[in-house]
Ligand binder design. Sequence first.
Ligand SMILES: Cc1cc2nc3c(=O)[nH]c(=O)nc-3n(C[C@H](O)[C@H](O)[C@H](O)COP(=O)(O)OP(=O)(O)OC[C@H]3O[C@@H](n4cnc5c(N)ncnc54)[C@H](O)[C@@H]3O)c2cc1C
Ligand code: FES
Length: 516
Amino acid sequence: MSDTATTLAGPDLAIGVPISKIADGAMLLGHANGEAVVLARRGNEVFAFDAFCTHYGAPLADGLLVDDTVRCPWHHACFSLRTGEAVRAPALNRISCWRVEQRDGRAYVKEKLERPAPRRSPEATSMPQSVVIVGGGAAGNAAAEMLRREGYSGGVTILSADQSGPCDRPNLSKGYLAGLAPAESNLLRSPDFYREHGIELKLDARVATIDTANRRVHLVDGTSHDYGALLLATGAEPVRLDLPGVNLPHVHYLRTLADGNALVAKALTSQRAVVIGASFIGLEVTSSLRARNVAVQVVAPDAVPMERILGTEVGTYIRKLHERNGVKFHLGTTAASIDEGGVTLKTGEHLDADFVVIGIGVRPALSLAEQAGLAIDRGIIVDQYLETSVPGIFAAGDIARWPDPLTRERIRVEHWVVAERQGQTAARNILGRRERFDAVPFFWTEQYEFSLAYVGHAELFDKAEISGQLDAEKHDCTITYSRNGKKLAVALVRRDLEGLVAEVEFEKTMRDELVR
Ligand SMILES: Cc1cc2nc3c(=O)[nH]c(=O)nc-3n(C[C@H](O)[C@H](O)[C@H](O)COP(=O)(O)OP(=O)(O)OC[C@H]3O[C@@H](n4cnc5c(N)ncnc54)[C@H](O)[C@@H]3O)c2cc1C
Ligand code: FES
């Protein structure tokens, strides 16, 4: 028996399984011709597809079937059961599908289905001549890919101020910094991908102004680009501290791949770090540095880390989790100055460090939108189709504030999956689809062995109710965030399926709100 065969689980689906073994809406993990395959039943139909998600490899059999899609248990990517298409980010690549033959009450997995033919170019009359995307991050990359997937044949240009191609930012503070994921895992796509798809990717290409009257963007290097439609996806920038010593070379921020590389290099040659800021970036960095055996002290003004977003109990748990891993917290205070040897706190205490990481939040990069006269309110105001106040200019990702059907408020979030999905929706709307952006916000964090997924959006909540256990011995729970009795979000610890079910419930609530 080959090594692959020994790792394959479940029945051999090529020799057939009784259909009665798979309940309607259920999945069965097995294998066919040496590949791991999932069988899924929807009424009288049976589908066969890859067992693993193309994002980070989650087992799809642990996910959820919704209509004719399967949703991934880890970060909620969504694939078509019929074509394998990655319908929703964060997965960008399709999964394979197999033909299923039903005979005498059994389902047999046959040959792999051909990749569907590329979509035909939409009607030229309603199409912009060209699309320029300002920003080479999550939203910009997903939009460019979606334009091509939808068969758009006009020019697509990404103008990115970054030095590197679109990269997997969540990886920068987690696997890559911890030394668990290789450098090659950082880029979302190879340079060849953009060439092959006719996407012009210009790096180190910062846009200085937008001339909305003449539909042209001007870059700081003096060049310019005309556009038929424009997508702004300029993301967010780290909030900079204004302190003595903050510009010393051993002081780091983390947003770009270059920042990530600099931090990894520093961690490799250092023993002690001070992290300023106890929110997601600060604490993920802390956890990753601990994986490299760097001693870390965390400084933050909060009484409880991440309390505002996750509530007191979860914040307290996370603090203890870090303390169990040897981290020392200095809460309720801030840094007064930084020097070559460390950080001096407002209390006068000096913390020795070989390097300092500042992660105190981000600010949406709005200067271009302001200059162009777009409507702004703590983000670029977009409508349900992600179009800004200027027709033909769309915005997506960390900069966009959109009307959320669930809360009936305009919201802006800083989540990877939301940015990618907005990029995808904006691309389709640039092609005239008029598709409402109604995805339920989703984010995740990983610190040591603890990971948490968050579904929904509760900017303000008056109740955070925990069901299950969250302590040193066991973490397996659901936290429900509500305001005035209305459920706004849930956080899940080791309850992937419940997270997917919650997402579907929120989608239903949204649809109900929209018809009210
Ligand atoms: C280290 C790290 C870890 C994270 N982890 C998670 C996580 O675990 N889960 C989660 O949900 N979210 C996470 N996030 C947040 C997530 O990465 C962001 O929400 C997401 O990247 C936003 O996508 P975006 O396209 O709006 O912006 P970005 O990805 O930031 O891209 C913005 C792009 O715009 C470019 N740009 C800006 N101004 C200009 C200009 N004037 N001209 C040309 N280009 C310009 C930038 O160079 C960049 O290419 C993390 C972020 C970081 C930094
Ligand atoms: S592993 Fe499937 S969405 Fe991330």
